[in-house]
Design a protein around this ligand. Sequence first.
Ligand code: URA
Length: 436
Amino acid sequence: MRAVDLIIKKRDGKALQDGEIDFLIQGFVRGEIPDYQIASILMAIFFRGMNLEETVSLTKSMVESGKQLDLSSLPGPTVDKHSTGGVGDKVSLALVPLLSACGLFIAKMSGRGLGHTGGTIDKLESIPGFKTDLSLEELLAQVKEVGCAIVSQTPELVPADGKLYALRDVTGTVESIPLIASSVMSKKIAGGASNILIDVKCGRGAFMKTLKEARDLSRIMVEIGTRMKRKVTCLITPMDEPLGKMVGNALEVKEAVETLKGTGPSDFTNSVLELAGELLFLSGKGNTPEEGKEIAREVLNSGGGLFKFKQMLKAQGGDERITDEAWRLPGASFRWVIPSKAKGFVKKIDAFKIGKAAMILGGGREKKGDPIDYGVGVELLKKSGDFVTLEEPLAVLHVNNRERIKEAQDLVEGAFSFSKEPVEKLFKPLARISNA
Ligand code: URA
């Protein structure tokens, strides 16, 4: 078999067979097939697509490129969650300990932020002492003892994804449904959990800009789950505006802690409870997702999620005192208030622009490996539906480098649009696609 023949086959719109896909993936991971040939096949897939059989084969081959986590020794239902990425998406920080407090076991692997989107690992690393690079043995031991852990993606699991993603990132081939579906699902399958929730973000701040694209991606991921004997639900949730009020690493940790204390913003709290309800249902702890949501709400109100969060911090070397003394988190040297130039109801807040503003302040990376400033970010004082008068503060920039203010302010101002009529607010999923 030769890689060039497979590139030509896909270029001409033909479907690749299981063995052909496996030849490309394992050859790439072993270093036998060079980047330029894989880059070509990725571009051919981007334009020609893949049918369901090919996408399932690609996912299997990616899973088999490395180790798989065996969670069978855990004494309860195992769950996992993945978000396709957004702005202010700190859901895992609150959801993982909350689920654990509900009796579920969760060994969560998360990523770092890139471009306008943040990453859970960067957020957690803003907590003094918090260790994210656990070995697979340490991860399993912690989940057995505490019930949950959040660690960085290890190259031992699905090495194909790390290598493929790095190439996709620099060849304009990220936004491809079969490539996203196989990337997400291979990591979840290798992660070993029986019940999987994928939060498919849809809108201005997400990879999937339209509901149709988000549905297509979701159907494929659910089908991959069915073929690989996992319960999978995809919840398509809006990412037109940032989730919650804080965008920035330490700021988001602070907001997640407030949410676990019951004083977080309503859209974010609702979002966490919605996803928790779905995973409790998948795991058989509720007869419906709504019943699951009520269980999660009770546990949240009892302080169970906060207690688990502290246990997780302690187990991973993080300073637990940040939950009561937020000043122990990295901060910014000053705050820059942005007043409103308009009067009316906030209609929309463009998540992409807010994410970019946080990145410009130093809170995100333009390219992989760039250093980040954990203390900076954007705090939204108004969200869609809120009424605002002229000159009333709209947002606060948390700043360490004053030279960045102008660019960030322009982005934040440009992100807001207003309406004379009242605007409905409240988080609710746009669609649910599930095999359960
Ligand atoms: N998230 C992933 O894990 N992979 C993708 O390809 C896109 C989003």
